[in-house]
Design a protein around this ligand. Structure first.
Ligand code: AMP
Length: 478
């Protein structure tokens, strides 16, 4: 199906031709006509599948066709959860609208930067505003814009905007909008928890999703190869450096759990000679923008980020994403790995799995109907002990087995307690050095720890790697 069959006018068709888009993506094929008809749309499609153009193109078409009732009042409002996403969508709006005979005015507003230039930009109104909710409300409070003429509302990364962190601000924005308006919800994921909220916002929406029902999280983009590599936590940075070298990754987006880790890991990588910078919510907006821009321009090789980079960011030709720390939720997992393998490209998503995080990763896998073979990389085999599940004790306070009790019960620690002053060891004092003997991987045990006969030393590695990972796709659970 060509773009020309979707009802878009020549200037917009010219814009997609200039972008070299050969044909509309499936979400664009479905969403563009529906938005042009004025329908509410509830769209869920995999990461990197062209969702931005799926709503921006038809909105621009409608804005350019129809004479505004109130000149320069805000007619279309796109809400997004992050500042960088607001800037990115504004860029798309300007690119796609660049050939319109009467240019439309579009403005992006988001926090972390001075509000004054945004107030100036909004003088005289705007046809389309892309905003993060907090800054938008600030601007409303200062009388810099009015939302009473909004005809179309887009919630991009809608499930994130429905989440607790944004719920209050979103409710306040919605209260300022006219009741009669078109609502468009886009995301790769709509977990069950937000489904009722989404439904309450929409009027007879056109539901767009290729296969799974909307209450399920979408599948990862097909071009993403997922890997699970076992490694002890203290050795992750070394393994990361090894992988970057081994696979000659020109760029890699590394996700960590905390702002501190982002800075710390980036620093360690820099000390090892890599061009690496952090990206997290505590950096100044100037540093955030500069680091992301440098990464996109291929001046940086590694961006070490918190989940603030997980949503929506479109980084062209990003070969690899690494979950150095696992994400907290299966939804975040999908968004994180979706930074690679976009727009039909291929990419690899690597998960570092340690004894501590294996159970958590299994939950993520279960939620997405995945089962990745565990890999070990020669020289980085894990040596930490996994804690086997203990028999239920009835949960009586004070009677629960300690971690050491569980290890002893499984025969992983000597039965007799260590002598005073002599620490019992659950982790070897020194990390294992890379195996340079060529004799293949060996397992090193903690001193004094006997390998049990009935429990594998690393229960989570029972299925040993034998070559590349195998992905077992399955239907997503309800
Ligand atoms: P999005 O999901 O909107 O972030 O888009 C992901 C990437 O797909 C962006 O780099 C777009 O430029 C690109 N893209 C969007 N639509 C098309 C299309 N029809 N054909 C090829 N690439 C596209």
């Amino acid at each position: 199906m060509p773009f020309s069959s979707l009802g878009l006018s020549a200037p917009l068709l010219r814009a997609v031709a200039v972008k070299n888009y050969a044909a509309p993506t499936p979400i664009q094929q479905q969403a563009i006509p529906a938005v042009l008809r004025g329908n509410d749309v509830w769209a869920s499609a995999e990461t990197g599948s062209g969702k931005t153009a799926a709503f921006v193109l038809p909105i621009l078409e409608r804005l350019s066709r129809e004479t505004p009732r109130h000149p320069r009042r805000i007619r279309a409002l796109v809400l997004v959860p992050t500042r960088e996403l607001a800037a990115q969508i504004l860029q798309s709006v300007r690119t796609y609208g660049g050939h319109l005979p009467a240019p439309l005015k579009s403005v992006a507003v988001f926090g972390g930067v001075s509000i004054n230039p945004q107030m100036l930009a909004l003088r005289g109104g705007a046809d389309l505003v892309v905003a993060t909710p907090g800054r938008l409300l600030d601007l409303v409070r200062r009388n810099a814009l009015h939302l009473s003429s909004v005809e179309t509302l887009v919630l991009d990364e809608a499930d994130r905007l429905f989440s607790l962190g944004f719920a209050d601000e979103l409710a306040r924005v919605l209260a300022l909008l006219p009741a009669r308006r078109q609502n468009l919800l886009f995301s790769a994921t709509f977990p069950p928890a937000v489904e009722a909220l989404a439904a309450s916002l929409l009027r007879e929406p056109v539901r767009l999703q290729a296969e799974a029902a909307l209450s399920r999280s979408a599948a990862p983009a097909p071009g993403i190869v997922q890997r699970a590599i076992e490694v002890d936590q203290p050795r992750r940075t070394q393994l990361l450096r090894h992988l970057i070298k081994e696979h000659a990754w020109t760029r890699v987006l590394v996700f960590v759990a905390t702002k501190y880790s982002a800075g710390h890991v980036a620093e360690k990588l820099r000390k090892a000679g890599l061009r690496a910078e952090p990206f997290h919510g505590e950096l100044s907006q100037g540093a955030r923008t500069a680091n992301l821009a440098a990464f996109q321009a291929q001046q940086l090789q590694v961006l070490v980020a918190t989940d603030v980079a997980a949503r929506g960011l479109d980084i062209a030709q990003l070969p690899a994403v690494v979950n150095y720390d696992l994400p907290r939720s299966p939804v975040d997992y999908l968004h994180r790995i979706g930074r690679t393998g976009r727009a039909g490209e291929t990419g690899v998503a690597v998960n570092f799995i340690s004894a501590e995080t294996d159970a958590h990763f299994r939950l993520i896998e279960k939620r997405h109907g995945l089962q990745l073979d565990r890999e070990q990389i020669a020289g980085f085999e894990p040596i930490e002990l996994a804690v086997p599940a203990a028999p239920a004790t009835g949960g009586i306070k004070g009677k629960r087995p300690s971690k050491k009790d569980k290890l002893r019960a499984a025969g992983l620690l000597p039965a007799v307690a260590s002598a005073p002053g002599q620490a019992s060891v659950s982790r070897p004092p020194e990390p294992r050095l890379p195996d340079t003997t060529g004799a293949g991987p060996k397992t090193k045990r903690a001193p004094g720890v006997a390998r049990p006969t009935d429990a594998p030393l690393f229960p989570f590695t029972a299925a040993r790697r034998a070559g590349p990972f195998r992905l077992r796709p399955g239907r997503l659970p309800h």
